[in-house]
Design a protein around this ligand. Structure first.
Ligand code: GAR
Length: 200
């Protein structure tokens, strides 16, 4: 599957996907990496692996629509069949979602539907949950609300800080995202409405 990845930050999930692909464990082709942040570490990581990058810098656009149209053209140009959000911190708007006809996956650092949106790990700590985790889901028009593909729980310890819990969840994210993409690429993810079945 020709795959593009959008990331806004340091890109450790992107790196996990690149590493899995390079080790032969991920039957996809990562054809392009894009970011809304010129200085995203993710861009550097992609360049180091020889993957073409593109910047859709938010303040270069008059509105979200213009930025999203450029992203849509970029997906078409690259004949992308799968889009992965890996720490992409912008919500894709309803027009974008109506025009894009390929699966889009996202990784989120909580057990959705708990703690959607920004700072999920901080939200979990402030709420006082004893267990959090991460979720790989299809992206729909809502905020972290699409059908869930895989989830894994991570304990929250009494001494946890936002940094320590984020770190513990991140290690699981890297494995879970790779596994979800692998299953999808192998045709083992069956979606019916909100229900997602993993085929054996
Ligand atoms: C990850 O924890 C990811 O789950 C989160 O941002 C971090 C990106 O790290 N995404 C969201 O919160 C999306 N709502 P990375 O750049 O090292 O992959």
């Amino acid at each position: 599957m020709r795959t593009a990845i959008l990331a806004s930050g340091r890109g450790s999930n992107l790196q996990a996907l690149i590493d899995a692909h390079q080790s032969g464990a991920l039957p996809i082709e990562i054809v392009a990496v894009g970011s809304d942040q010129l200085r995203a570490g993710a861009l550097k990581r992609a360049e180091e692996s020889g993957i073409p990058t593109r910047v859709f810098q938010t303040n270069h656009y008059r509105n979200r629509r213009g930025q999203e149209e450029d992203i849509l053209s970029w997906l078409k140009e690259n004949q992308v069949e799968l889009l992965l959000l890996a720490g992409y911190m912008k919500v894709l708007g309803p027009q974008f979602m109506r025009q894009v006809h390929i699966p889009i996956l996202n990784i989120h650092p909580s057990l959705l539907p708990a703690f959607p949106g920004l700072h999920a790990q901080r939200q979990a700590l402030e709420y006082g949950v004893k267990v959090s985790g991460c979720t790989v889901h299809f992206v729909d028009e809502g905020l972290d609300s699409g059908p869930i593909i895989l989830q894994e729980a991570v304990p929250v310890l009494p001494e946890d800080t936002e940094e320590s819990i984020s770190h513990r969840i991140l290690a699981v994210e890297h494995r879970l995202y790779t596994e979800a993409v692998r299953l999808l690429a192998l045709g083992k993810v069956e979606r019916t409405g909100r229900q997602v079945k993993i085929l054996q």
